[in-house]
Design a protein around this ligand. Structure first.
Ligand code: ADP
Ligand code: MG
Length: 661
């Protein structure tokens, strides 16, 4: 018990998830048996495949009732008594030898049931199986013994199991239905069977009203007693009431006087707690768009529609299903979530939540804006986070999730091109590119439909200026993609494809005119060797830069980098599709074309002539510059200050200073 309590579960809340999962398993088993023997299910109440949870505050008990298979005497002994038999020793041995590399190690121990002892010091199990004529009561404290007796006097269960947890002194919180409801909804929301919780409700019930005559009779003697003296006071009071009656507040007090008298009474009713369906277990063609949207609303706790989604089933090393969404707006703390409690990707095993704690890190930081679920049968449900984190299974899941997320973003970027999504490495893709784009289109329409301040004239414009759906994404999450280029070397190429830039050839005043690196490559001049970029604090500032004049004169396209992260990003992206990225500001700048040769000859011709000037400048400026030399990069500007190839650009230095590195 100590091992379970101290090493398996870091959070005792999970006992309810374990017990509900067992009840669900028992229900699944009887449903399965009923396939071949329809009488197995019984009739009436017995046939209701559901789970009921209730508390008895006075007795300090929590009970769970299912109408599953139940257990025979033999099964009670074998299943609920195993832990003592299998032995603590073997348990520890296996735990230490297989730790970290076998993900299935805990499940086989059947320890879920024992998590009840995290919160209870005694557990009673009443159970009835179709194959056993007798109903049994199993009972055990948190020690090494248990008792089994035949039920005498207790209500007949017909079939199924009722667990009663006698809660520990410090586990009183599990007597609160609000707490139980929270736990069921958190961990067991998607269990296939209905889970009912008995909740107490305070209602007003009418009490026997005394007759008006009696009321008068009651009052008058009191008034009489107070006699003449009270008269003045009574008058004052009357006047007050008159005043009040003039005001708005008069009504309620009036009504209260006339309303029938009521008293509070507690009634109990069963509340269905798990109303949401695990849509990820179905095929894409079986799930309606509205269902995807409302599932998004449920798990993201956000209104509206997501920008895009992907629903897929991965097969191979690890089988799992997943749904990922891109919310239409990034969370406020997107780049600041280092100490955020929750992971936006929830991890389920057979529809039961394992954990949503952030340390899980199913997705890298740069994809932290995604929201979704992963459900895998291959992971042990009752395992500590620490162990799961090390499992190989988890790293396979991570890698595939990233690929699928990037595929979804790529499809979004290609919606206008109507590009076909390629199926990749043996995964069965449940997505359809068409469905995706339909989603996004609907969303874009939703935005355009928002009433604009200046009326009719704009409407036409809105219609034909319908923004590329990817731009909404890019504006919200572009920084994340750039972060990805820096941090995820194995997906750098894929991420680089998703980048969008303003360039010397895009129209800065047109919100929809952005260039991808592929666009850039497509527009490169025949003998162009490099992808040029220039950094500054804004597009306007970059445009004024003397570093650009010759480049633009020669009609080369230049990427404008003006976000602080851009500089870090280009350092991580030395080339794209075989073309090197070249800073317009750095010392190693080259045009890299055939003009270069002519220019070099010209330069050599005048070098000697300018030597007195360059010498003079170097001696006057001293340490402030590392060298002074002639170059062919300018046209009308006489002189520029450039940075050494491996040094920080001027822009970068400003950024670094601002960040106080
Ligand atoms: P596991 O679920 O991993 O098998 P548990 O410790 O949670 O391990 O449960 C042990 C076994 O006890 C189950 O496999 C099942 O046979 C039996 N059991 C537990 N709860 C129930 C129940 N509500 N109805 C029927 N059998 C149950
Ligand atoms: Mg279990």
């Amino acid at each position: 018990m100590d091992i379970i309590i101290n090493s398996l579960y870091s959070n005792r809340d999970i006992f309810l998830r374990e017990l509900i999962s067992n009840a669900s398993d028992a229900l699944d088993k009887i449903r399965f048996l009923a396939l071949s023997d329809s009488s197995a299910l019984g009739t009436g109440d017995a046939a209701a495949l559901e789970i009921r949870v209730r508390v008895d505050k006075a007795a300090r008990t929590l009970s769970l009732r299912d109408r599953g298979v139940g257990m025979t005497r033999g099964e009670l002994i074998a299943n609920l008594g195993t832990i003592a038999k299998s032995g603590t020793r073997a348990f520890i041995d296996k735990l230490s030898t297989t730790k970290g590399d076998s993900s299935n190690l805990i499940g086989q121990f059947g320890v879920g049931f024992y998590s009840a002892y995290l919160v209870a010091d005694r557990v009673t199990v009443r159970t009835k199986h179709n194959d056993d004529p007798v109903q049994y009561v199993w009972e055990s404290g948190a020690d090494q013994t248990f008792t089994i007796r035949e039920e005498t006097g207790g209500a007949a269960l017909e079939r199924g199991t009722e667990l009663t947890l006698h809660l520990k002194e410090d586990a009183g919180e599990y007597l609160e239905t609000a707490k139980l409801k929270e736990l069921i909804q958190k961990y067991s929301q998607f269990i296939n069977f209905p889970i009912y919780l008995e909740v107490a409700e305070e209602i007003d019930v009418p009490v026997e009203v005394e007759s008006p005559a009696e009321e008068e009779a009651d009052k008058s003697p009191a008034a009489d007693k107070e006699g003449e003296d009270a008269g003045a006071a009574a008058k004052d009071k009357e006047a007050d009431e008159m005043k009040v009656e003039d005001g708005d507040e008069a009504k309620p007090s009036d009504a209260a006087k006339e309303a029938p008298k009521t008293k509070k009474e507690t009634v109990y009713k069963w509340e269905l707690v798990n109303q949401h369906k695990p849509i990820w277990t179905r095929d894409v063609s079986d799930v309606k768009d509205e269902e995807y949207d409302s599932f998004f609303n449920t798990i993201a706790k956000l209104p509206g529609k997501p920008l895009a989604k992907t629903h897929f089933k991965a097969e191979g090393d690890v089988d799992f299903r997943s749904i990922l969404y891109i919310p239409d707006k990034p969370p406020v703390d997107l780049y600041n979530n280092a100490d955020s409690e929750k992971d936006a990707i929830k991890m389920y095993v057979r529809r039961v939540l394992v954990t949503d704690k952030f340390e899980f890190g199913l997705l890298p930081r740069y994809l932290g804006f995604l929201i979704g679920i992963v459900d895998s049968d291959d992971l042990p449900i009752n395992v500590s986070r620490e162990m799961l984190q090390k499992s190989k299974t988890l790293s396979v899941i991570k890698r595939k999730l990233i690929r699928k997320a990037l595929d979804m973003i790529r499809r979004l970027s290609e919606t206008n091109d109507k590009a076909k999504a390629k199926a990749s490495d043996g995964e069965v893709d449940l997505d359809e590119a068409a469905k995706e784009s339909a989603d996004v289109d609907a969303d874009a329409e939703g935005k355009a439909a928002k009433p604009s301040p200046s009326a009719e004239e704009e409407e036409e414009d809105e219609a034909d200026k319908k923004p590329h759906p990817y731009l909404a994404f890019w504006k919200a999450y572009g920084k994340s993609i750039k972060l990805g280029v820096i941090e995820d070397t194995s997906n750098k190429e894929r991420l680089a494809k998703l980048l969008r830039f303003q360039t010397s050839k895009t129209n800065a005043s047109d919100e929809t005119d952005w260039a991808s690196l592929d666009d850039y490559i497509g527009r490169m001049k025949e003998d162009q060797e490099y992808i040029y970029y220039s950094s500054g604090e804004s597009v306007d500032a970059i445009k004024r830069s003397p570093f650009l004049e010759r480049l633009l004169e020669k009609d080369y396209e230049v990427l404008y980098l003006y976000e602080p992260i851009d500089e870090h990003m280009v350092l991580s992206l030395p080339d794209y599709q075989g073309s090197k990225l070249m800073s317009a500001e750095k010392d190693n700048f080259k045009f890299g074309d055939k003009d270069q040769k002519d220019a070099k000859e010209r330069l050599d011709g005048v070098k000697a002539q300018f030597r007195p000037l360059t010498k003079f400048l170097k001696t006057s400026l001293g340490d402030k510059v590392s060298k002074v030399r002639l170059s062919t990069r300018l046209s009308s500007t006489p002189c520029v200050l450039s940075t050494e190839q491996w040094g920080y650009s001027a822009r970068m230095e400003i950024i670094m200073k601002a960040q106080a590195f």
